[in-house]
Write a protein that binds this ligand. Structure first.
Ligand code: SF4
Ligand code: SF4
Length: 445
C-alpha cells in the first residue's frame, strides 16, 4: 500500500466559497463535504481531476502553479510545450509566432512534449507483447487516472503500464542533450505548460518515480495570456531564431482522444471523461468486460483538450490541432533524428517502478474494526432515506453513513431524520435549524 503524502494542486478559498455544493455534487471520488457553509476537501480521496474547479461559480477553487519569476534563476530555461497549447490559438496565428512569443517571455529553448511519443509508441507495443497475461493494459498517460485507479480500483493497479509518459521522456531527453553539450545540470530549468491540475500533482509527487525531471509547472491559462499579449501587441522579435520542432501526425494527436489507442495493435479502446472511465472500470473490475488489449483512459472530456486550465473550448482545440497538423509535420526533422540518437539511453530509463494502491475506502487499518464499522454503515443505510439529496453536507447517503461511522458527521444532520425526530418530540424546530446552520452557515437562514 502506498503511504507517501499526495501533493494536491487544488486549493479552496474559504473566503470566496459560498457553500453552494456544486463541487461536492460533481466530484467523482466523493472528496468534498460542506461544513459551516464552506467546502472542505478530504485529501486522501482527491485525484486532482479538476472537475470541482470547472464548476465553481465564484472561482473559489484555485490551481497552484510555480511563480513564473522562478524561470529567471536558470541560465538554460526550457519550455516543455504540449501540442494542446498550440490548439489554443486561432488558425491565423502560426506555430512560429507562438514559439517566438514563448522565447520572448524569457525561455531559451522549446521542446514539444509529444516528442517522447516517438520512442514510446514502439515501447508500448513491445510491453504488450512481453506481458500477454495482462489484459487490459492501461495507459500510464493521464495522472488523474493513475490516482483514480490507486484509490478506487486497487485491484487494477497491476494493469497500468509501467512506462514513463511522453512528458517525462522528453524532459529526460532535453536534459541529457544539454549535459552532453557541456552544460552544468544545475543551470537547467525545465518548465512544463500544464492544461490540468493532475499533471502538477504528478510532477510535485510522482507515482512510480523517486523524483521528477521537471523543475516547475506553469498553468496554461497564465502562459497563454502572456504569449497572446506579446503576439497581439506586435512585440515579436523576428531576429530570434525559432526552433524546428517536427512531430509525426500521430504524435501531434497523442493527447487527444484516440491519440494512443489508434496506434496500439489489438483491441484498443479510448475512453474519456472521468465518470465514463469509472463506469467502464467498474465493469472491468467485475469481469463483465474482458478480452480488451489496451485501454487509453483520460480524465477530461476530449482528453487534454478538455483540461481545466485551457482557455479555449475543447472542441475548437481539437479541430485547430488537426488543422495545424500538416504545418507541424512539415518542418525539417532534425529533432526527430536527435531523439533517435538517444534511443538506447532513453529506452533504458523508460520504465517506472511498481504502482501501489492507496485505499480511500478503507474504514480502518485494523481488519476487525473495519468489519465492525462496515456493519454500522449497513445499519445506518437501513435508516437513511437513500435519496442522496446532499442536504446533510455529504454527497450521498452512503458517503454520509461512512462519515458518521468515522466520527465526521452526526445522523441528526439528515433532514429526514430531523423531521421524524421533530415529529416525535426528540428535536425542537429550533434545534433542527441550528443543525442546518452548522452545515450550511448562518447566512443561508
Ligand atoms: S479535483 Fe476531482 S477528485 Fe479532487 S476534489 Fe475536485 S472533483 Fe474531487
Ligand atoms: S463550487 Fe464548491 S468551492 Fe465553489 S463556491 Fe460552491 S461549494 Fe464553494
Amino acid at each position: 500500500m502506498e503511504t507517501r503524502h499526495f501533493h494536491h494542486a487544488l486549493r479552496i478559498s474559504e473566503e470566496l466559497c459560498t457553500g453552494c455544493s456544486h463541487c461536492m455534487n460533481v466530484c467523482p471520488t466523493e472528496a468534498i463535504r460542506v461544513r459551516k457553509g464552506k467546502a472542505i476537501l478530504y485529501e486522501n480521496r482527491c485525484v486532482d481531476c479538476g472537475e470541482c474547479f470547472k464548476v465553481c461559480p465564484v472561482k473559489a477553487i484555485n490551481i497552484d502553479h510555480d511563480d513564473f519569476s522562478r524561470i529567471s534563476t536558470f541560465k538554460h530555461r526550457i519550455a516543455l510545450v504540449p501540442a494542446v497549447f498550440i490548439g489554443q490559438f486561432p488558425e491565423n496565428i502560426s506555430r512560429e509566432q507562438i514559439y517566438r512569443a514563448i522565447l520572448a517571455c524569457g525561455f531559451t529553448q522549446i521542446y514539444e512534449v509529444e516528442l517522447g511519443t516517438i520512442l514510446l509508441v514502439e515501447q508500448i507495443r513491445k510491453y504488450a507483447e512481453e506481458n500477454p497475461g495482462i489484459k487490459p493494459l492501461i495507459s500510464s498517460f493521464c495522472p488523474a487516472i493513475i490516482r483514480l485507479i490507486q484509490v478506487k480500483f486497487p485491484s487494477l493497479v497491476n494493469n497500468i503500464m509501467l512506462l514513463k509518459p511522453p512528458l517525462d521522456i522528453t524532459a529526460l531527453y532535453c536534459r541529457k542533450l544539454l549535459t552532453d553539450q557541456g552544460v552544468n545540470p544545475a543551470e537547467v530549468g525545465v518548465f512544463y505548460f500544464t492544461p490540468c491540475a493532475a499533471k502538477i500533482a504528478a510532477i510535485k509527487s510522482p507515482v512510480g518515480e523517486d523524483y521528477s525531471m521537471i523543475t516547475g509547472v506553469i498553468n496554461m491559462d497564465f502562459i497563454y495570456n502572456k504569449v497572446n499579449k506579446i503576439i497581439k501587441n506586435g512585440l515579436l522579435n523576428d531576429e530570434i531564431p525559432v526552433p524546428n520542432l517536427p512531430l509525426p501526425g500521430y504524435a501531434v494527436r497523442w493527447t487527444l482522444t484516440h491519440g494512443e489507442a489508434d496506434n496500439i495493435p489489438g483491441r484498443s479502446l479510448a475512453i474519456d471523461e472521468i465518470h465514463n472511465v469509472i463506469e467502464f472500470l467498474e465493469k472491468v473490475e467485475n469481469e463483465e468486460i474482458s478480452d480488451i488489449d489496451f485501454l487509453e483512459l483520460r480524465a477530461c472530456d476530449e482528453s487534454c483538450a478538455g483540461g481545466a486550465l485551457n482557455t479555449t473550448n475543447r472542441f475548437l482545440i481539437t479541430e485547430r490541432l488537426r488543422k495545424k497538423q500538416p504545418e507541424i509535420e512539415s518542418i525539417d526533422n532534425n529533432t526527430v533524428v536527435g531523439i533517435h540518437q538517444y534511443e538506447e539511453y532513453l529506452q533504458r530509463r523508460i520504465f517506472i517502478k511498481e504502482i501501489k494502491p492507496r485505499s480511500m475506502m478503507k474504514l480502518d487499518e485494523d481488519m476487525a474494526e473495519a468489519m465492525r464499522k462496515m456493519d454500522k454503515v449497513q445499519m445506518l443505510m437501513q435508516v437513511l432515506p437513500k435519496t442522496d439529496c446532499g442536504a446533510c453536507g455529504s454527497p450521498n447517503c452512503q458517503a454520509f453513513a461512512n462519515d458518521i461511522v468515522q466520527g465526521e458527521a452526526s445522523i441528526r444532520q439528515c433532514i429526514f431524520v430531523q423531521k421524524s425526530r421533530e415529529h416525535t418530540g426528540e428535536l425542537t424546530p429550533e434545534e433542527s435549524l441550528q443543525i442546518l446552520k452548522e452545515i450550511w452557515g448562518n447566512d443561508k437562514f
